[in-house]
Write a protein that binds this ligand. Sequence first.
Ligand SMILES: C[S@@+](CC[C@H](N)C(=O)[O-])C[C@H]1O[C@@H](n2cnc3c(N)ncnc32)[C@H](O)[C@@H]1O
Length: 190
Amino acid sequence: MPASTSLDYNPAVDDPADTKPLPDVPEKPADYGQWWNTNEHGADWYRTIYGYRRKAHEYFLRWFWRANELGPAFRSVLEVGCGRGDPYAALLENYQYTGIDISQKEIEWCRQHYRTPRHRFWCGDFLTEEFRERSDLVFSHAVIDHVYDINRFLARMVSVSNRCIFLTAYRGWFDGLAWLPMDASGHLLP
Ligand SMILES: C[S@@+](CC[C@H](N)C(=O)[O-])C[C@H]1O[C@@H](n2cnc3c(N)ncnc32)[C@H](O)[C@@H]1O
């Protein structure tokens, strides 16, 4: 059989190792998310994470303004794993912006510091919360690497979006990320 082109990549032909059966969907660890709620980190830490990934954020922002310009403009945006909402809550102050994060401490901080009536901050696990409405754009930075079920994360991003999703990962994609051993906060174990 001829090798397929990269446009119709078929793991069975191109990479037979990928055909191994996938493990069951991972269970939610009992203490998932606790670390984000109890750590001592604050604004500086979130800014450091942002700094590591500055290019990805710059790329996203260029895409955002361009997509908005080409229209139709986004009206509602949902940021998944917003942390301190920095910088998007401020940059998107004229949009109907919702930030969801599993950390009560960060969501409280956001509620106290961003007082725009168009903004909402919601504490919950994105994988299990019920959404009553969709947003034009659903975006997420540096969260998918932490979650205990990547497929569900992606499917939920699509299901709560009206139009677009945009996500970036810390480490980039690699095979089996969902099944690598992680601690309860979603950090990879050595
Ligand atoms: C590495 S930080 C990234 C924060 C921010 N998005 C950024 O790019 O700087 C990961 C964030 O995702 C949140 N988080 C992790 N799992 C989550 C989940 N299942 N649902 C909602 N938020 C989650 C954490 O509380 C934390 O604030």
